[in-house]
Design a protein. Structure first.
Length: 245
């Protein structure tokens, strides 16, 4: 199977034209020896989890997506022996997590796997074609006129940046197509939207110096506090420690 894959024209999807990707995608779909499973992480899901009070990093979300893909394949009674993964964060740690979770599978995790291993190249083609189709056919929940001229959706695309700038709302930000945690969007919100201060921003900046919320001091040492030097949560809510009731 590996030899037959190496004879194909599979390559990193970013290096292929849209026309070539579509042709290869159709070949994959029609090949009886190849199967595909897609786990979609839409912008709303990413925004909600990456900006929640208990934040999840993009690496963690991608790792969890890898777990779901493997387990979906196993549910289809496919006996997985080897899995090749394009690295998410630190390749060694990601491979160790996968091996610990699925000890009967041999994993190869490395950077640029989509340019090295044809099977990962094929997966990148499926992912890219699916992603572009979802972008073209996205159904907007917002009851406003929104242009579909979004460009490629990548930060280097001037058309995408122009679309973001045109469709930013000063209060609500962007349509639900957009991942708010994307740094490109954050910069536009900083310059074009109403400033918003979130408590979690204070907590993240103070995390290195204070990792917990102290609810009390040593016995016999408690004094009414002015709030200076205390955690941002207490200062923002004007909470003080008292000794007499």
């Amino acid at each position: 199977m590996k030899d037959s894959l190496s004879d194909r024209s599979f390559a990193d999807s970013k290096t292929l034209t849209e026309e070539k990707r579509d042709i290869l995608f159709q070949e994959i779909a029609e090949d009886e020896f190849l199967g595909t499973v897609v786990d979609i992480l839409d912008a709303c899901t990413l925004s909600a989890q990456m900006l929640a009070s208990q934040r999840e990093s993009l690496n963690v979300l991608a790792n969890n997506s890898t777990f779901r893909l493997i387990e979906e394949v196993q549910r289809r009674d496919v006996k997985l022996k080897e899995v090749y993964v394009d690295t998410v964060g630190d390749a060694g740690r990601h491979q160790a997590r996968l091996t610990e979770r699925y000890p009967d599978i041999k994993f190869t995790v490395c950077p640029k796997a989509d340019a090295i291993y044809p099977i990962v190249s094929a997966a990148s083609i499926v992912a890219k074609v699916t992603r572009d189709k979802l972008l073209r056919e996205h159904l907007y929940n917002e009851k406003v006129d929104i242009s579909r001229e979004t460009g490629s959706g990548y930060p280097a695309d001037p058309e995408t940046k122009a679309w973001l700038q045109k469709h930013v709302d000063r209060v609500f930000g962007f349509p639900n197509l957009v991942r708010f945690s994307w740094s490109t969007c954050a910069r536009i919100l900083d310059t074009s939207a109403v400033p918003v201060h979130w408590e979690c921003e204070d907590e993240s900046t103070e995390a290195k110096g204070q990792k917990s919320l102290p609810f009390g001091g040593k016995a016999g040492k408690a004094e009414a506090s002015s709030g200076l030097g205390r955690h941002a949560f207490y200062r923002a809510h004007k909470l003080q420690r008292v000794t007499a009731f």
